[in-house]
Write a protein that binds this ligand. Structure first.
Ligand code: NAD
Length: 352
């Protein structure tokens, strides 16, 4: 099996590549290596992939990994890559992520999440992979959907441009499924955490501040809950879907959207105290009002994914936080949110 993973240097993309390489799959990873957060972390993830590629696994199978630095907005280059490689499956994890950044830098979201995504759809239309899976987000539900969140609640009221682009991706993918019979599955991920995670997100930000003895900012005075989901459960969920047959034509299009989350809302206060325990540190907290664009609670109904694939998340909060804490202690320099990349060699020039 030959798979294209976009966003391969990102948190979820790199973790999925690792999982596939361990199985002996041939993976091509695309990423534009944007500096939204420090490239040192993306470089760290790619170095791990480089080390894994070519190593035989227990069944003596050897996966391969080829990294291609490319922006999804480079329409012709993307089309060429898809024509040359003829992937069986494409998993689109490249996107400009982050709710708050979408308020200050809206055009980044239009470029990567809308223009980039339509380029990918066009390339898939021409090259016809068996299945296109793409990242959506729990943020599409907004704040007035019934909890737990079920997929048919369409998400007509996104609270940020980020959420709007993710919902737009679902509609765009549906139209390609309808018009061209392209089998598509949208993955609504719920707040992902774990080792090599995103330093702009609360779990790593909290870990960094705790370790530096700085106060942590807790929004909505801690009255928030998230369906925190460990990265290995997210990767396992995607992995199950890659193996399954793609969606069949239902309602005139081979298209579906699935929640991929743990299925249990965790109060922010409990997440923080779990992290304190895992790191053996006590946090000073700054209680702040709700931030624009945020939702109060997310809680995934995961019945559809389980019915389809039999997959159930299994990583407890305690184990997930222990894994995050071990990694954070080993690589404190990779928790930085701000780029200091001038001092870091450009990973593009390293053999990957
Ligand atoms: P990430 O920022 O770590 O990874 C995304 C990667 O895509 C980055 O390495 C970036 O350089 C790359 N990229 C961005 N724009 C690109 C473009 N135009 N061309 C090529 N590469 C580009 O984010 P992540 O947490 O790994 O998220 C992966 C996907 O899952 C994203 O679509 C995100 O919106 C979605 N998602 C993530 C979470 C989460 O909790 N992490 C939750 C919901 C949805």
């Amino acid at each position: 099996m030959k798979i294209l993973i976009t966003g391969a240097a990102g948190f979820i993309g790199a973790a999925l590549c690792e999982r596939l390489l361990e199985e002996g799959v041939h993976v091509v990873g695309v990423d534009n290596l944007n500096p939204y957060y420090p490239l040192a972390l993306k470089s760290h993830r790619l170095t791990r992939l480089e080390a894994l590629a070519g190593k035989p696994n227990q069944s003596e199978m050897t996966g391969s990994f080829r990294f291609v630095k490319m922006d999804l907005t480079e329409r012709d280059a993307l089309m060429q890559l898809m024509q040359d490689e003829r992937f069986d499956v494409v998993v689109n994890l490249a996107a400009q992520a982050g709710v708050r950044h979408s308020i200050s830098q809206p055009h980044d979201y239009v470029d990567s999440n809308l223009v980039g995504f339509v380029n990918l759809l066009e390339a898939c239309r021409a090259a016809r992979p068996r299945h296109l899976l793409y990242a959506s987000s729990s943020s599409v539900y907004g704040d007035d959907a019934r909890q737990p969140l079920t997929e048919e609640q369409a998400g007509a009221k996104p609270l940020s441009l980020y959420a709007a682009t993710k919902r737009a991706n679902e509609l765009m993918a549906y139209s390609y499924a309808h018009l061209y019979g392209l089998p598509v599955t949208g993955l609504r991920f719920f707040t992902v955490y774990g080792a090599r995670g995103r330093p702009d997100m609360a779990p790593l930000r909290f870990a960094r501040k705790l370790m530096a003895g700085e106060a942590i900012d807790v929004y909505n005075h801690g009255q928030m809950a998230r369906d925190f989901t460990h990265i290995s459960d997210i990767v396992e969920g995607i992995r199950c879907l890659i193996d399954l047959p793609p969606p069949r034509e239902v309602d005139a299009a081979p298209s579906r959207v699935l929640n991929v989350g743990r299925g249990e809302p965790i109060a922010l206060r409990d997440f923080i105290s779990g992290l304190e325990d895992a790191l053996g540190l006590k946090a000073r907290k700054r209680w702040l009002p709700m931030q624009a664009g945020d939702v109060e609670r997310t809680w995934a109904d995961t019945t559809a994914l389980e019915a389809l694939s039999g997959f159930r998340p299994h990583v407890s909060l305690r184990d997930g936080l222990a894994e995050l804490a071990d990694w954070a202690r080993a690589y404190p320099e990779l928790l930085a949110e701000e780029s200091t990349d001038a001092a870091i060699p450009d990973p593009v020039h390293r053999p990957i």
